[in-house]
Ligand binder design. Structure first.
Ligand SMILES: Cc1ncc(COP(=O)(O)O)c(C=O)c1O
Ligand SMILES: [Zn+2]
Length: 398
């Protein structure tokens, strides 16, 4: 595992030291201050074969820590996150589904929060706070419990019940908020100083992106160290897309990916909350806060992403685009993939599969294009949401 050389601002490219906990850039002249990337000196790995460096060695299952050579040199707080299945679709010869529902806490949020809590423990932080649509709160609560650190979670009151149950069971301090994630974020920001909380909001500390970059390494490794043509990623705050793009840059520097074009990156949102899609279509450099956001895909109910400027740049540079799908299409895709592929998608994952179907029918993509669709969470975490969409009641309930 390499030592962290420095943290680099995504806006002004200032370098910050990583020997104490950092939040966002302290050098940016313009606000909001830039998110920070973790940088290492990886020169000793240049020209190596990933087969010699990546992997579990003699150790038992290590999940995303198989990429220890490109992660911070600290003792992991792990629950077995990462190395999730890459499932070839039974109907679409070009499509692979990355099953992130197989992570601890049933969502890809485990990767980012495993690393954020690992670093919090390393720095000796005692109290962490998070605004969340639900799954990030679940993941923080689990890893904080494992690390013996306090978790303070703020979620919308209408969060899926699984998230409420899990954070309570993990022993987190829970606040339910009448509002959406941005209202939760405001509450954390108002209280954190007085309460001595470290804020692990999306992109307001550097390690959630760094943990999620392992999705980029994994998808390339699972496809034989080759890029797919396209990646579909359900985008709320967009941390996964930012992390994967960072992974691609590192993979190219290391020479670990076969030469080829980086995948076209498709960010998928719900038409009930699509600020990044609007900004993409308008040719804007950043998004405006979406008014009255509503969607059953709880993780996509993010009115304004802190890193919107990064997402828009990635999608444009990669030749991808931002795509909106309706909640109707999301639930139709859940039923379709459950009945024909045996996979119960989360509503967010089903946004990706629905967007793939939309772009095939619009001729933007060809069925022979190799695409990776991210199911970012397990459908079973949304049992109340899916039951309601399918008009199902619990058996035995009048
Ligand atoms: C299942 C699921 N998918 C996607 C997202 C969106 O993730 P991000 O904020 O990293 O874009 C979330 C966020 O809560 C989520 O829980
Ligand atoms: Zn800066």
């Amino acid at each position: 595992m390499p030592a962290i050389a420095y943290l680099e601002c995504s806006r002004c490219h200032a370098h910050l030291a990583a020997d104490t906990p950092q939040t966002v850039c302290t050098q940016c002249k313009d606000q909001p201050a830039g998110a920070l990337y973790v940088r290492y000196d990886l020169s000793h790995l240049h020209g190596t074969s990933p087969r010699d460096v990546v992997g579990d060695g003699d150790l038992p299952w290590r999940g995303m820590w198989r990429y220890h050579a490109v992660l911070p040199d600290v003792e992991p707080v792990t629950l077995g996150e990462g190395w999730t299945p890459m499932l070839h679709s039974r109907r679409h010869p070009g499509a692979w589904l990355k099953e992130e529902g197989a992570n601890p806490t049933g969502a890809f949020k485990a990767r980012g929060l495993a690393l954020a809590v690992t670093m919090a423990k390393h720095y000796g932080l005692r109290k962490l706070a998070i605004p969340s649509a639900g799954n990030a709160a679940g993941a923080l609560s689990a890893y904080a419990a494992a690390a013996g650190i306090e978790a303070h979670v703020f979620m919308p009151r209408d969060v899926p019940i699984a998230n409420y149950v899990e954070v309570t069971a993990y022993g987190a301090h829970v606040t339910l908020v009448d509002g959406v994630i941005s209202d939760c974020g405001r509450m954390v920001a108002e209280r954190k100083q007085q309460e001595d909380w470290f804020d692990v909001s999306t992109l307001k500390e550097p390690f959630r992106v760094e943990g999620k970059k392992t999705m980029g390494y994994e998808l390339v490794e699972q496809l034989g160290w080759e890029y797919p043509d396209a990646v579909f990623y359900p985008t709320g705050g967009g941390v996964g897309m930012i992390g994967m793009w960072k992974a691609f840059e590192e993979l190219e520097q290391l020479g670990w990916v076969k030469p080829g074009r980086r995948p076209r990156m498709f960010g998928v949102q719900s038409s009930g909350c699509a600020p990044v899609v609007k900004a993409f279509d308008d040719g804007a450099a950043a998004s405006s806060a979406w008014q009255n956001p509503h969607t059953a895909a709880a993780g996509l109910r993010v009115p304004k992403a802190y890193g919107d400027y990064i997402l828009l740049e990635i999608m444009r540079e990669s030749g991808g685009m931002a795509v909106a799908v309706s909640d109707e299409d999301i639930f139709a895709s859940i039923q379709d993939w459950a009945a024909h592929e045996g996979i119960l998608l989360s509503p967010e994952g089903a946004a990706a599969t629905a967007a793939y179907a939309q772009l095939l029918s619009r001729g933007v993509l060809d069925p022979s294009d190799r695409v990776v669709l991210f199911n970012t969470g397990a459908g079973l975490k949304y049992i109340d949401v899916i039951a309601s969409a399918l008009h199902l009641k619990a058996p035995g309930q009048a």
